[in-house]
Design a protein around this ligand. Structure first.
Ligand SMILES: [Fe+2]
Ligand SMILES: [Fe+2]
Length: 280
């Protein structure tokens, strides 16, 4: 399937400016502010989405965490509450939908100990986001995640046998910056009658997944606009909505956990998404 890469949106000058603003905010206590205002108890949103799917093998709970953006505003221990909430919900499967870092691969080290605490019986799966290709050390990021029990799906799928059927977790490379998204290769494990759950950092994959009748696409990338104000909505990536039907496929877009540019969110809280799949 031919999927056109989305154009890269940020020039080097813009990225340098963003990084400078982040460092200034960080020096003024931006990280502690962000953790308290958006990631702590009573602030972090736990969003539940229910998917009722005909003949699905069994009830399934998937926890989705996205857009960490380790760096100026997210460091060691800042994900503690989010990870405790996920643990308390006992999901069957955990999906991490990319943007682990903000500017540099080594930023990942700031969240690895927290991510290592994630556990789920069917596995913890990840895809990379556009930021994760910065510095082109994505293999190192994948290796670090693997050492913590997180399997990154790079144009590949995993077929999970459930009582009464199979679920394929399909993960694709990023649509903007990977330069090699191959949805067909990712779906190589799929057999007739399987259900497909697609992890794609960029939500634009949903229309392609709908053609293949995948049950759902879990995405991130938009931060729910992060600053949901009329004049600022167009500053970030286009946001299609939090839950969007595409015929047989439901796109679920996480507003993510971290922030870029400013340690601030408005009308778009940081969140953990819980997808409850129910057979009907
Ligand atoms: Fe992001
Ligand atoms: Fe992104």
């Amino acid at each position: 399937m031919d999927i056109r890469q989305a154009p890269r949106r940020h020039s080097l000058a813009r990225r340098t400016l963003v990084r400078s603003v982040e460092l200034a905010c960080c020096a003024l206590g931006g990280r502690a502010w962000y953790r308290t205002r958006f990631l702590g108890p009573g602030r972090l949103v736990e969003r539940h989405e229910t998917l009722r799917i005909r003949a699905f093998p069994r009830a399934l709970r998937v926890a989705q965490l996205s857009d960490f953006h380790a760096g100026s505003f997210l460091g060691p221990g800042d994900l503690k509450h989010a990870i405790e909430r996920v643990g308390a919900l006992a999901p069957d499967l955990i999906a991490l939908t990319g943007d682990f870092i903000t500017h540099a691969p080594r930023e990942l080290e700031r969240v690895l100990d927290d991510l290592a605490l994630l556990r789920a019986p069917l596995g913890v799966f990840a895809v990379l986001g556009n930021h994760d290709y910065r510095g082109r050390q994505d293999p190192w990021i994948v290796a670090q995640l693997a050492a913590r029990g997180v399997r990154t799906l790079r144009n590949e799928g995993v077929r999970l046998e459930l009582a009464g059927g199979a679920l394929c977790v399909i993960g694709v490379e990023d649509l903007e910056e990977s330069k090699r998204l191959d949805f067909e290769a990712a779906r190589a494990c799929v057999r007739a009658g399987d259900f497909e759950l697609v992890l794609s950092h960029h939500p634009a994959l949903a229309s392609h997944a709908a053609r293949e009748r995948c049950v759902a696409v879990l995405s991130g990338h938009t931060h729910g606009t992060q600053l949901d104000l009329p004049l600022l909505r167009r500053a970030g990536p286009a946001h299609p909505g939090l839950r969007v039907p595409f015929g047989p496929t439901t796109l679920i877009v996480s507003r993510g956990l971290g922030a870029i540019g400013l340690p601030l969110r408005w009308g778009a809280p940081a969140e953990v998404v819980i997808v409850n799949v129910e057979p009907v």
